[in-house]
Every structure is written in C-alpha cells, then in structure tokens.
Design a protein around this ligand. Structure first.
Ligand SMILES: [Zn+2]
Length: 262
C-alpha cells in the first residue's frame, strides 16, 4: 500500500519588509515539475511532484523571492476578489475604485488622478470641466491617454518574455465596444480606451493575448498553446476580466452593458 501523502506545509517568505504566507503541497500523480503560483486571490502555492521532499518547495520560493513579491504586490493592489460596481461618483482606475470629484470651472479644464496612497485611502479622480457633457468627454479622453501610457509601459515590461517579438508592435487606442483588444494582420494592436480601468494583471493578459496573435493569427489550439507558454494561468485572468464591471457611462445614472470578449 503506498504511503499516505504528506500534508501541505505552510511558511512565510520575508522579503523587503513584506511577509508573504505560502503553502507547499504535492500535485497530482502526473506532475513531473515543481510549480510556483501566485493566485488571483493572493494565495501563494508551490506544487511538487510526488516523492520530492517538501523542503524543496521552501527553497524554491526563496530562490524566486523577487518574482513572488512582485506578483503578490500586483494582486494585492488590484483587489481582484470581487470588484464593486462603479457609480456616478466612483470609477475604476487600474482596478481600484476612485472617488470622483466633479468640478465646474471657467479657467482650468482637465482630469487629475490621485492614486490611492495606501490600501485604506481612496484614490481620487478630479474632473474640472465647463459642463456635464464636457466632463464626460474629458474623462473619456483621459482614460484613452492613460490606457495608451499604461499599455506602452506594460508592453515594455512584457516584450522580452515573448520569443517571437523582434520589436514592440504599434499600439492604438479606440473606443472599442465589443472587445478589449484586437490585432490587425499588419501587426497593429488596438486596445479599448477603457482598458486602464482594469487591474494590471488583466491588462497584461489582454496584451499577451494580442501579442500571441502576432505568432498565431486565430484562436486555434496552437494559439492557446502559445498563450499558455507566455501566461500559464491565463484562464484565471480571462475569468477576472469577464467578471469585472464593464458598464461605464460617465455622468449618467444608468449603465450601458458592453458585450464581453477580447
Ligand atoms: Zn484573440
């Protein structure tokens, strides 16, 4: 009779002042390699092939401490668990609800974003405009610019992980209604102007999805195999993307449902 598998072990990774709890456990009988994963809800897990000492998991997480801490920060900042719906005075920026201050002003018109100073202090979006419709236009323009800026940054960060990418593709932002992004056969990536409302991991997923189209220009099994090599848990991000509240209609009390999809 085979020996009963050892129960999971827990530990804490202390890294740059951060204490990150994690679990080391055995995977299925088919598992042949170690795996380290940071889940969307913030759990950190190391999966081992059966028969390997659990101590190897504790060593692995220390070897990959920088990576784990980076992922952990991203997940925590984004509050991915169950986003609250947007309201007239609460709008998302990078996955976090910000309080909106609508100002009517004659002199200065524009949008200022003050990111949350800590998890307990709300971020703020200050919109100064001459009228409601003007404020709506300003806010949408601000989202579009922010999307372009964030996506260019993220593309720069992600590009080295994409083996078939010789140079970052041109990015465009449009008021897409039905999709988060698209990739033309000329290799131009177009992104929904509201993309920067989503948490960074979801934005990365959208970008990696479109970058994968530069290698496989359809949604065939080869496409998903290539995407899985870039982002093994992409299904988690897609699920998150689909539950994120998409409806957005600035200054209006009713919401418009945008179809999901990428
Ligand atoms: Zn696609």
């Amino acid at each position: 009779m085979p020996a009963a598998p050892s129960p999971p072990e827990t530990g804490h990774l202390c890294h740059h002042g951060e204490t990150i709890p994690y679990t080391v456990r055995y995977g299925s009988a088919a598992r042949s390699r170690m795996a380290l994963r940071v889940m969307l809800d913030g759990r950190v897990e190391i999966l081992l092939p059966q028969g390997m000492p659990l101590a190897r998991g504790h060593v692995l997480i220390r070897q990959r401490a920088d990576w784990v801490a980076r992922q952990w920060q991203r997940v925590r900042q984004c509050r991915l668990a169950s986003p609250a719906p947007e309201q007239h005075d609460r709008r998302y920026v990078l996955g976090t609800l910000c309080k909106v201050e609508w100002l009517v002003a004659r002199s200065w018109h524009g949008v200022t974003w003050r990111p949350p100073a800590s998890p307990d202090i709300e971020g703020r979006l200050i919109i100064s405009a001459k009228s409601e419709s003007h404020a709506e236009a300003l806010l949408h323009r601000w989202y579009a610019q922010k999307t372009l800026e964030v996506c260019a940054d993220r593309l720069n960060f992600l590009k080295d992980a994409v083996p078939w990418l010789t140079a970052p593709p041109p990015l465009r932002v449009r008021r897409l209604c039905r999709r988060w992004g698209s990739c033309s056969n000329l290799g131009v990536v177009t992104l929904a102007s509201l993309l920067c409302r989503l948490p960074i991991p979801c934005i990365d997923y959208v970008l990696l999805h479109e970058l994968t189209h530069l290698a496989v220009f359809n949604h065939s099994p080869a496409f998903y195999a290539a995407l899985s090599r870039l982002l093994p848990d992409w299904q988690n991000y897609r699920r998150q993307l689909e539950t994120f509240p998409l409806p957005w209609q600035p200054l209006a009390k009713e919401h418009v449902s945008e179809p999901l999809g990428i």
